[in-house]
Design a protein around this ligand. Structure first.
Ligand SMILES: Nc1ncnc2c1ncn2[C@@H]1O[C@H](COP(=O)(O)OP(=O)(O)O)[C@@H](O)[C@H]1O
Ligand SMILES: [Mg+2]
Length: 252
């Protein structure tokens, strides 16, 4: 009986979570270059989130943008690392971009069950979590296999209940949700209703003002707490030292 108990515990603690394998992606500046200028900007974003005037600290935070490739996943990942590096904050990074998942390339884990399989009723949240080398940072991946009907899946009630379940079940953690672009899909609009706060990403010299405005219009305004201007290629000082695209700036 004792042995069985011991096994059960081990099973829970050590075998349920798959893990990152290999070297993480260099773009995880908060992990590799915590004292770089970019990491400093991400820390500022974290500080802003924790000290917003007249507002409770948001616990479920969605990162979104108008277009593909603006840097949503990169900002979500670095922000998640930054919060997890705090004294006692645990973070769950949830990948809701099920059409174009990319967290596996940043955190180097094999194709793994996640949001899609949970919505389909084929998996439990606890069985899908991915352990990362960053203490206190866990990932809930998008899917092991891309689903044939992403829109139907995401529009389903189950998506809403998934975010609810995750935020209630892990009520001691910050939940950072990485999403797909607003222009291409309806998912971020659906998810917006389930979160405490939204951060928009806009890529310097890439996102057109009209696209950005159109995307912003679709979101609940009171939830949008800030905008990250990503991949600015000029620094105010010492700009010759930095390569293109290594700098993210935050505007409230
Ligand atoms: N600030 C940045 N510096 C360098 N590369 C960046 C930066 N932001 C984004 N990228 C690169 O641009 C590509 C798209 O970024 P990603 O975060 O996947 O965008 P999204 O999630 O919005 O589609 C990736 O290859 C990423 O590494
Ligand atoms: Mg992405």
């Amino acid at each position: 009986m004792k042995l069985w108990k011991a096994l059960e515990k081990q099973d829970e603690e050590y075998f349920k979570e798959a893990a990152s394998t290999g070297k993480l992606d260099d773009h995880l500046y908060m992990y590799y270059m915590p004292y770089s200028y970019t990491a400093e900007q991400i820390r500022k974003l974290r500080t802003f989130i924790f000290h917003m005037p007249d507002r409770e600290v948001p616990r479920v935070i969605m990162i979104t943008s108008a277009l593909p490739a603006e840097g949503k996943s990169l900002v979500a990942s670095n922000l998640a690392i930054s919060i997890a590096k705090g004294e006692d904050q645990h973070v769950l990074l949830v990948e809701c971009d099920i059409r174009k998942p990319s967290l596996h390339t940043l955190f180097k884990y094999p194709p793994s069950k996640g949001v899609v399989e949970i919505i389909q009723g084929k998996a439990e949240v606890a069985d899908c979590l991915i352990k990362t080398p960053i203490d206190k940072l866990t990932i809930l991946p998008a899917a092991k296999e891309a689903p044939p009907n992403p829109s139907e899946l995401l529009e389903s009630k189950n998506m809403k209940s998934l975010i609810k379940e995750v935020s209630e079940r892990y009520s001691d953690r910050f939940i950072i949700i990485d999403t797909s672009p607003i222009q291409a899909t309806v998912d971020p609009k659906i998810l917006a209703g389930q979160v405490d706060a939204i951060i928009m990403v806009s890529r310097y010299r890439y996102t057109r003002e009209a696209d950005f405005k159109m995307a912003l219009e679709t979101l609940p305004k009171d939830k949008v707490i800030g905008i990250v201007l990503n991949a600015v290629d000029e620094l105010p000082a010492k700009k010759y030292k930095y390569k293109k695209y290594n700098y993210s700036k935050y505007y409230s």
